[in-house]
Design a protein around this ligand. Structure first.
Ligand code: SF4
Length: 753
């Protein structure tokens, strides 16, 4: 696998020339985001046609990171593409599947047992296909990426919303669905809408109890949860350089909570120091040589309103410690006012649990600052009054804070250290004792209802690690660490350092690089596994029109990817297409009856659940279609929502309109997404109708597709559909899916596995 420094070197090789060309073509100075994007355009000539918020661009990411829950289906699909190795540096991180219950040792041991077959599959598949493997216990995806792979000016995609964490080191890092990750792994470009740009101008410096986390909590309050949608947030100004690289990463990480595509900071001395401390001097030196192009042009800083779509001013000296929540990260409270709000809104002021860490806030700096409070508290006889849980973000952080006595400081006031994994941040928190309405305070990033322990009765506030620790000691929201005492003790404001004087201790991370030649490695899928199933390529189009397709369902109103393929308990089967297809359309509202998840089986007229009908049709080798209303497939870019219909024999989805990402996912799986030219056709479709899609041999970009509705009484309605397939996407349809096209391009036929 290409080393991180080689990769960075390649990016810097053309950076200045491409940036200069873009300045000439656009006739103006550039923001940092624009510099990174133009340097990763697949077609350098596309610069002139980039239009913020409107045009789409094909980008070539430098690397891909996959978390274990999603990696299963991505790797299984990659295997069916017939490639021998990934086309781009890729890593898999085993972090999401570890459930927190007792402590690090017990929880990790239980996860190794419960997920053994998944880990075995991922380990062997990574070795076979040239993917770096970070085993359970090695750390959380974004912290590991920050420590090892993120670099200024790079572009990466990752299958977790908080991939933007790497923006702390100046990387454009975007959270994506499995389909985009798969594209990148097979060498295809990453197609993304040209983002709008939000500039955040930072002045002043943080002090006292205020921390980088409070900056993003303030930004969330200003922009709200939707304010960053379709935008990249770029921080700049003298205040930026006063924040450590890991502090910047915290700010970028949580930028996902305002809906931003990503966030990033310019390269500076703090970035260089972090790169050097994490054994990447070569990258720091190479970045230093092109530093002028790893930040916005001076004219942009001087007159930001001309170059950003929106500018936000933040004076860091005015930032106070905050607690945002519950249920949404943009509900801002200063520490002194949160208790009054809680009382007025029926939220308990007693803190049941305080949680420090996750990928968002578990840096050396975070822990040194929290530990300084813990030491002071212990010296004055205090212990945490709330349960206190600490999640190190990586084995490197854990080993270093253990070596430097910081874990001991936290344990001395009653902390329990959890595994280096997501745990309570992603609902992997087995917490049987917490059935009643209760309040938690965490330094994680997300706090919507049920996020942490699956219970709507848990009210989560998000704060910096140092603020969380103060509330752990106080045990109540009725407390302001700046002015209140705990049992007669006034806590000292936190102090810390961003980099360990003795260097980082890598610990026993256990990273497994792929062998140079993995072709002899056998990918292990246990026989009879209920969690993993090798994929068989979908059949190519047979060259015939689709005639008299039964309508499996007609969806009423909103039809999200979650309603098409539910998450929750079904996530266990993400690697098993047959088993997870047991949820197909289970959450969709039947337009004919108003009932959710069931309809009339077109084969025998019986009422069954939609998943059962789909299984019945597939078993009878009967291709079918489904009908959607407007914006069919909105929501997360879950590829199962497109794979499952295809797996069960669906060949076309007809709708008034599609959510763009889901429409693309359907095309990739070989399903035709068609929109009614006359939206009223939707209303004309009845429960016993059949749909014919005609003249498919003549399918071409922008053509109208003639269709026919054969009603239950035998009468016929002709209608027309539009589509958005390009030439390349029509090739996907004919081949039976995008992976089949890649597979065909390989020198000789290969079989999955
Ligand atoms: S700790 Fe939370 S935000 Fe970070 S990778 Fe895990 S689930 Fe995502």
């Amino acid at each position: 696998m290409t080393s991180p420094s080689t990769l960075a070197g390649r990016v810097y090789e053309h950076l200045s020339a491409r940036v200069a060309r873009a300045r000439t073509v656009l006739g103006r100075p550039l923001t940092l985001t624009e510099k990174v994007l133009v340097n990763h355009l697949r077609d350098a000539g596309a610069i002139a046609s980039l239009e913020r918020g409107r045009s789409y661009a094909d980008l070539d990411p430098d690397r891909v990171a996959l978390q274990d829950a999603l990696a299963q289906i991505v790797v299984l699909q990659f295997m069916s593409a017939g490639l021998t190795r990934v086309e781009r540096p890729t890593t898999v991180h085993c972090d999401h599947l570890i459930q927190a219950r007792t402590d690090a040792r017990a929880d990790l041991s239980r996860a190794l047992d419960a997920n053994a077959e998944v880990y075995e599959f991922l380990r062997t598949a990574c070795a076979r296909y040239g993917i770096g493997f970070w085993p359970p216990g090695s750390g959380i995806i974004h912290q590991v990426v920050l420590e090892n792979y993120a670099f200024p000016g790079g572009l990466m995609i990752g299958t977790d919303s908080h991939t933007p964490n790497a923006g702390g080191l100046g990387m454009v890092a975007v959270g994506v669905g499995g389909g985009d990750a798969l594209d990148a792994m097979t060498g295809e470009p990453f197609n993304v809408r040209s983002p709008r740009l939000i500039g955040v101008h930072l002045t002043g410096e943080l002090s006292g109890w205020a921390a980088p986390k409070d900056v993003i909590l303030r930004v969330a309050g200003l922009l709200t949860v939707n304010g960053g949608t379709g935008a990249i947030v770029e921080y700049f100004g003298p205040g930026a350089a006063s924040i450590s690289a890991t502090g910047k990463a915290t700010i970028c990480n949580m930028g996902a909570e305002i809906g931003a595509t990503t966030s990033l900071f310019p390269y500076d001395d703090r970035s260089a120091a972090y790169l050097k401390a994490t054994r990447r001097e070569e990258i720091a030196d190479a970045a230093g040589a092109v530093a002028a192009d790893l930040c916005a042009d001076p004219e942009v800083e001087a007159d930001p309103d001309r170059f950003y779509d929106r500018v936000v001013e933040i004076d860091l000296t005015t930032i106070a410690p905050l607690l945002n929540g519950p249920d949404t990260p943009d509900r801002v409270h200063e520490v002194g006012s949160v208790a009054a709000w809680a009382r007025a809104n029926g939220v308990p002021t007693t803190v049941s649990t305080a949680l420090i860490g996750s990928c968002t806030n578990s840096s050396y700096e975070d822990i040194t600052r929290a530990a300084s409070i813990a030491r002071h508290a212990a010296a004055h006889g205090l212990r945490a009054k709330a349960q206190l849980l600490v999640t190190p973000g990586s084995e490197q952080v854990r080993a270093t804070i253990e070596r430097d006595g910081l874990l001991a400081d936290l344990e001395a006031i009653g902390a329990t250290v959890l595994a280096n994994a997501c745990g309570p941040c992603i609902g992997q928190w087995d917490r049987p004792e917490a059935d009643e309405l209760n309040t938690i305070v965490s330094s994680f990033n997300r706090n919507f209802s049920k996020r942490n322990d699956g219970r709507a009765t848990t009210k989560a506030f998000v704060a910096s690690p140092e603020t969380v620790l103060a509330y752990a000691l106080a045990g109540t929201l009725d407390f302001d660490p700046r002015v209140d005492d705990i049992d007669g003790v006034r806590l000292a404001p936190p102090v810390g350092t961003d980099l360990p004087a003795g260097g980082f201790d890598p610990g026993s991370g256990g990273y497994e690089p792929p062998p140079a030649d993995g072709s002899r490695v056998e990918v292990v899928v246990r026989p009879g596994s209920e969690r993993l199933q090798l994929l068989t390529p979908f059949p190519a189009w047979d060259g015939h029109d689709f005639r008299e397709l039964p309508v499996l369902l007609k969806a009423r109103g909103k039809c999200t990817t979650d309603e098409i393929s539910a998450a929750g308990a079904w996530l266990r089967y993400r690697g098993h297409i047959e088993n997870i297809s047991g949820n197909l359309f289970a959450g969709v509202t039947n337009a004919f009856t108003g009932v959710v998840g069931e309809g009339r089986d077109p084969l025998d007229g019986e009422v069954r659940t939609f998943p059962e009908i789909a299984r019945h049709l597939a078993g009878a080798n009967t291709p079918w279609c489904a009908v959607g209303d407007t914006n069919y497939g909105e929501g997360s870019s879950r590829e199962h929502a497109a794979m499952e219909p295809r797996y069960r024999g669906g060949v076309a989805i007809l709708a008034r309109s599609f959510a763009r990402i889901h429409e693309t996912n359907l095309k990739k799986q070989g399903i035709l997404p068609l929109t009614f030219v006359d939206p009223d056709v939707y209303d004309a479709i009845g429960p016993r109708d059949r749909v014919s899609v005609l003249d498919l041999a003549a399918l071409a970009p922008d053509c109208v597709v003639p269709c026919r509705l054969t009603h239950g009484d035998g009468t016929v309605t002709e209608f027309a559909c539009a589509h958005t397939l390009s030439d390349a996407q029509i090739e996907w349809f004919r081949a039976g899916g995008a992976l089949n096209v890649i597979r065909r391009r390989q020198p000789r036929p290969r079989t999955a596995g």
